[in-house]
Design a protein around this ligand. Structure first.
Ligand SMILES: Nc1nc2c(c(=O)[nH]1)N[C@H]1C(S)=C(S)[C@@H](COP(=O)(O)OP(=O)(O)OC[C@H]3O[C@@H](n4cnc5c(N)ncnc54)[C@H](O)[C@@H]3O)O[C@H]1N2
Ligand code: MOO
Length: 400
């Protein structure tokens, strides 16, 4: 049995395997599908924002010179809606009713909100302007937010809804973004059945398939293939061929990396020069790295807690960085209770923040405790050389 390799060494090795994925080609996507994507170049607005001079208020467009001596009464000569068209110029000594967003007519240089006026004449044929108005008041000038031809968004930006609002206001239907990393997720294990299938004796639902795919997406990558194979290396090869055809640049497997009789990932990777061994951590000790026909393969242990944790620890940091996402948040917290750990392994205990802001342990160290994982909101990291900690000890935690 080979020695357990240190967690940081394995993490650095996986990072180096994934480094090649960092240079992303670009693609054009509909703005409606661009949430969370990274802009590949600055995004230029072909139009000014606002595109035309318009009213900021429902009220009356006037010439400020005409209302200098307000209160003053002006005849109302028409109405301008926020609708297509160019309004007639405003004649001196008149006012026109105007709606928010409607084009301000030439000649008008201020808008008086309706609340600052009184009606004159039963049929609103005139308006009493109560106060003088400054030039430009409540008039939104064309280009006052952004000039036509200037950048509305920079390159390298992770698009949130507010960025989509600005690009959409610029009339852009598409945006040039970096391609996401294309990942295949393959579960191995003859005991696995698809979700929703009644379980026979010895069968379990494929929890890792859906959970690892979700983790991949949460890390900003895209799942191009998901599969499940029984413990048969030829089946696994066929599955990976399909994954390659689907464009996978990275394959993540679960199961088949420990020391049993049917370790398919080991059977696949080892003859091809891959590495299958133990990392000094718990859960997630058994790990694998290698390649299949030029595509990097990262193999995680099958226990669902181990698989999730391995992804967060080894793969998520690279994918998140490529996708412009921040690294997982960490926090130093006091332990709510004492704990023990195994010497020589970095322990990742599932935990939960208590009401008084400390870290409590949820469930035990077992890597099958998937319900306890769901009940946790942080991982308590116990260093390799620590076997006992008292309540109140300060520990590193990774927030989930
Ligand atoms: N003799 C030894 N046995 C084991 C060792 C060891 O060092 N020596 N390590 C143990 C540890 S730690 C782990 S973790 C597991 C890892 O084993 P594998 O990666 O080969 O995974 P499997 O044996 O296929 O499965 C382990 C466990 O997880 C369940 N599983 C697998 N895939 C899924 C899935 N997609 N969804 C839900 N659950 C899954 C599987 O049924 C097993 O219960 O090895 C230990 N053994
Ligand atoms: O190292 Mo295994 O992942 O915990 O049970």
């Amino acid at each position: 049995m080979g020695a357990r390799i240190p967690v940081d060494e394995h993490a650095a090795f996986v990072r180096s395997l994934l480094a090649g994925l960092g240079a992303r080609p670009t693609e054009r996507v509909a703005l409606a599908d661009a949430l969370g994507r990274i802009t590949a170049s600055p995004v230029e607005s072909p139009i000014a924002l606002p595109p035309f001079r318009n009213s900021q208020m429902d009220g009356f467009a006037v010439r400020s010179a005409d209302v200098m001596d307000a209160p003053v009464s002006l005849p109302v000569v028409g109405e301008i809606a926020a609708a297509p068209g160019v309004p007639a110029p405003l004649e001196p000594g008149t006012a026109v009713r105007i709606m928010t967003g409607a084009p301000v007519p030439d000649g008008a240089d201020a808008v008086v909100p309706v609340e600052d006026t009184e009606e004159v004449g039963g049929d609103v044929t005139g308006v009493l302007i109560l106060h003088p108005r400054a030039v430009g008041e409540y008039v939104r000038e064309a280009g006052s937010d952004l000039e036509a031809g200037s950048d509305v968004l920079p390159a390298g930006l992770r698009l949130a809804s507010r960025h989509l609002a600005a690009a959409a206001a610029s009339g852009l239907a598409e945006v040039l973004v970096r391609e996401r990393v294309r990942v295949a997720v393959v579960s191995t294990g003859s005991e696995l059945v698809p979700l929703g299938t009644p379980l026979g004796q010895g069968e379990i639902p494929d929890a890792n398939g859906v959970a690892l795919a979700a983790a991949v997406r949460a890390a900003g990558a895209v799942v191009v293939h998901g599969g499940r194979v029984r413990d048969d290396v030829d089946r696994l090869r066929a599955e990976l061929d399909t994954a390659r055809e689907a464009g996978a640049e990275l394959v993540i497997t679960s199961g088949g990396v420990s020391k049993g009789a049917f370790e398919v990932v080991r059977e696949l990777l080892e003859p091809a020069g891959g590495w299958v061994g133990s990392v000094a951590m718990q859960p997630g000790g058994p790990q694998a790295t290698g390649a299949y026909r030029g595509v990097p393969v990262i193999g995680f242990p099958g226990n669902p807690v181990s698989a999730q944790l391995s992804f967060e620890l080894f793969v998520a940091p690279s994918l998140r960085a490529i996708a412009g996402l921040p690294p997982a948040a960490t926090e130093r917290l006091e332990l709510a209770e004492p704990l023990t750990s195994v010497a020589g392994r970095r322990q990742f205990l599932r935990g939960r923040r208590t009401d008084d802001g400390r870290a409590g342990v949820v469930g035990g160290p077992g890597s099958h405790l998937v319900a306890a994982l769901a009940a946790s909101d942080l991982l308590i990291v116990v260093p390799e050389d620590v076997t006992e900690l008292d309540a109140g000890a300060v520990v590193d935690t990774v927030l989930l």
